[in-house]
Design a protein around this ligand. Structure first.
Ligand SMILES: C[S@@+](CC[C@H](N)C(=O)[O-])C[C@H]1O[C@@H](n2cnc3c(N)ncnc32)[C@H](O)[C@@H]1O
Length: 257
């Protein structure tokens, strides 16, 4: 991420200590803001031309234009086809910006568009429901290895500002960098995700579980062969047919989801 000075300097010792306790890499940050103004300013303060940015919820491009001025490569998505159509036209002269109509929960599509963003900006509406924002954030944490995630959410910012003290769990169950392990927290998190009501969550769970050779995840993948949704069944069929090669922890080939 950009090393340029910014107004909220971070205490390295505090970050390293938090990182030691959670297993989260110290070079990863999640910033929660409530205003458009702060959200957009963070783009300027934190990005450099070497960044590759995924923007979820680009709307009519208010933040996209600012992200683009940093020289970073920007992939901006929104679930509204009409907004995306207009924004594509307006920004067609910007070589470093791609605009696409994608629901941010469809992580398979996001991964196909941009497999390895260095920064993710999420604004699916400042007043969006906390569970929607939390799902979006969780999916991004599971799917990507971005060093910076900026989230605009009034409810999350409010909640976070009310918290005085946190007992940090030893294992989070959310796969911060390093891929899904077979530790109990990761496995129970993946099993939970695999039973979610959102198709995108279940497809992502299949994708992540396909990298695990554990008995519980393999059994769940077999169950998912009869998932009600065809995309989930297709992903599960691929995962069952391609167990990870022993010792590598990764399946061979491409899931083609
Ligand atoms: C408040 S606007 C974003 C404003 C933008 N950050 C700016 O600075 O101008 C929220 C946008 O999120 C989009 N959105 C909501 N849920 C979404 C989802 N699941 N995936 C993609 N876009 C979503 C909406 O269509 C809307 O355009």
């Amino acid at each position: 991420m950009a090393t340029a000075a910014h107004p909220d300097p971070i205490n390295r010792t505090e970050v390293d200590e938090r990182s030691r306790m959670t297993g989260r890499p110290s070079e990863m940050e999640i910033l929660v803001v409530s205003t458009h103004d702060r959200y957009r300013r963070l783009a300027v303060e934190r990005l450099t031309p070497s960044d590759v940015v995924l923007e979820i919820g680009c709307n009519n491009g208010g933040a996209t234009r600012i992200l683009a001025t940093t020289g970073a490569r920007v992939v901006a998505v929104d679930k509204s086809a009409s907004l995306v159509r207009d924004l594509k036209e307006e920004l067609k002269a910007l070589d470093n910006v791609t605009v696409a109509c994608v629901d941010g929960r469809d992580v398979t599509k996001l991964l196909a568009l941009l497999p390895d963003p260095t920064a993710i900006f999420i604004d699916i509406g400042g007043d969006a429901r906390l569970d929607h924002v939390a799902l979006q954030l969780r999916l991004c944490l599971l799917a990507f290895h971005a060093g910076l995630i900026v989230v605009r959410s009034i409810e999350l910012a409010t909640l976070a500002s009310l918290i005085g003290c946190i007992e940090t769990p030893r294992a989070t169950g959310v796969s911060f960098w390093g891929g899904p392990g077979d530790d109990p927290a990761s496995v129970s998190s993946l099993l939970y995700l695999s039973r979610g009501s959102s198709v995108e969550s279940r497809v992502l769970a299949v994708h992540l579980m396909s990298q695990s050779a554990g008995a519980a995840t393999r059994e769940r993948l077999r169950e998912m062969l009869s998932d009600p949704n065809p995309r989930v069944r297709k992903a599960a069929r691929w995962a069952c047919a391609h167990p990870p090669a022993t010792g590598t922890g990764a399946p061979s080939g491409n899931p083609g989801q």
